[in-house]
Design a protein around this ligand. Sequence first.
Ligand SMILES: Cc1cc2nc3c(=O)[nH]c(=O)nc-3n(C[C@H](O)[C@H](O)[C@H](O)COP(=O)(O)OP(=O)(O)OC[C@H]3O[C@@H](n4cnc5c(N)ncnc54)[C@H](O)[C@@H]3O)c2cc1C
Length: 558
Amino acid sequence: MPLPPSPCAFDAPRNPHEVFNQTPPLQDFNAFDCDAALNEGVVRAGAGFALAQLSEYGARTGSAEVTGWGFEANAFPPRLASHDRNGRRIDLVEYHESYHRLMSMALTAGLHSAPWAAPRTGAHAARAALVYLQAQVDAGHGCPLTMTFAAVPALKLAPALALEWLPRILAKAYDPRNVPYFEKAAVTIGMGMTEKQGGSDVRANTTRAARTGSDRCADTYELVGHKWFTSAPMCDAFLMLAQTTNGLTCFLVPRWRPDGSKNGVELQRLKPKMGNVSNASSEIELSDAFAWRVGDEGRGVRTIIEMVAMTRFDCMLGSAASQRQGAAQAIHHARHRAAFGRKLIDQPLMKNVLADLQLEVEGSLALALRMAQALDEPESESERDLLRIGLPVGKYWICKRSPQHAYEAMECLGGNGVIEEFITARLYRDAPINAIWEGSGNIQALDVLRALAKTPGVEAAWVAELDKGLGAHPTLDAAVERVKAALLAKEDPESGARDLADQLALTMQGSLLAQSGDRAVADAFVASRLGSRSDRNYGSLPRGLDVDAIIARGDPRV
Ligand SMILES: Cc1cc2nc3c(=O)[nH]c(=O)nc-3n(C[C@H](O)[C@H](O)[C@H](O)COP(=O)(O)OP(=O)(O)OC[C@H]3O[C@@H](n4cnc5c(N)ncnc54)[C@H](O)[C@@H]3O)c2cc1C
């Protein structure tokens, strides 16, 4: 017979496992509809036609199902099967089914190709918004999506080769089978530039290419050498750099030769990475690997830079997306969690932190979408000039701001934030990577100098865009004057390149937000980022700002 409960001096919970004051997962919400900055931004960038598609997509990326795919793709990382059981090389990377689901979802929606396949005003901005939603689920699978998207402008430099490959690249489909490209209706493309002895300085590449003849697509070569970082090695082909007798040259290297035999692209191992875990990054050796030449011999950097420019654009987008995910998680948590008798979201200091995180998102998204808009106007010289400097400025600034942002968002969740079952832990591990690959911070800052020195219209295009935001905020006006003076300073430019890139990025973000018309956001951004203090942590916004309005813009309200 059970004993009666013993009398107790206080009213203890009957069930010690009763859970309360824990935040429900942020899922089964519409990640687009609840995002005010994104909704307004796509309309401003000329992609209003895509609102319905984006809303539909946001419902999917916010669903428990798709969110779960992101977790699974990271919990079960890709594995290398280098040989079969009989000792033959197979060079196969096996991914969890959820990675394939994410890839399929993105590729069938055209995230890798839509603006090239169906160009129209706003096409790049619409695609950018889709990528922004997708990247919030998982950053890793974005790598092959981005490389496939980015390969298109470079491949067009070899017209006959493009004729063969582009229909498969542009197709809205995903075919992960490890079979020759000509048996597939849809393919993905990777990139191999970095070698052991040099990544930023690709002129140090030692991989050699020897001409073997030509076919209906292009001149053909064999490559011997290695690549130190080749991500997404199950891509169907890779744009690679190798040395010919005329210097560094760009090639398209397929996984399978045109005769249907396995190409000499041998995976040595997969990198054990701290982040970007769902994406495989490999070390490879090239043993007489078949390749087609893309662009002229000796013009390899000039050719592949067409691809690199686009991957840098996507780095900026990806980091903005991870900031959005972090801010949304932080606001969501603060709305549900109470401490010291009040919800966190009602506590003044937490409001300051949350609003500051959201301000960062607003600035990042505004700059990224402005670059998308410039991509949508390739005929305009001033837009091309704006893009030329805006890509390194944006890639440098947005990617570099992300680790601290992810850390602060994580801290908003307290201890839970560092636990792998919460996405904030993954956001933090992933955050530094976009700043390093596709040209690290210094390389971007130096590229800003190069753009200013070598492309005559760049400075005027940037200043003209900055000037559009003048008049509403004396602090912004003063910062724009300072940056104009900094552009004139010629002394020791390399040493000051980061300082200049910082100023260019912050003033442009301030100007774009001032132009966008949301007074609360623009006032707070300018007051907190363009005033006198620069050594601040998140959460030190000056008093008197409309922090509630700013937080509401980022609140997923679930
Ligand atoms: C997860 C991951 C995946 C990757 N995937 C790929 C891939 O698929 N394909 C590919 O080709 N590469 C890939 N990379 C490689 C990446 O692009 C390089 O690591 C990056 O370009 C830096 O090159 P590095 O590692 O050789 O560093 P280094 O070039 O040695 O640079 C080291 C540091 O020196 C700085 N530096 C270099 N030159 C200067 C200078 N002149 N002045 C001041 N500072 C300078 C750099 O900014 C950097 O901080 C990947 C990297 C990572 C982390």
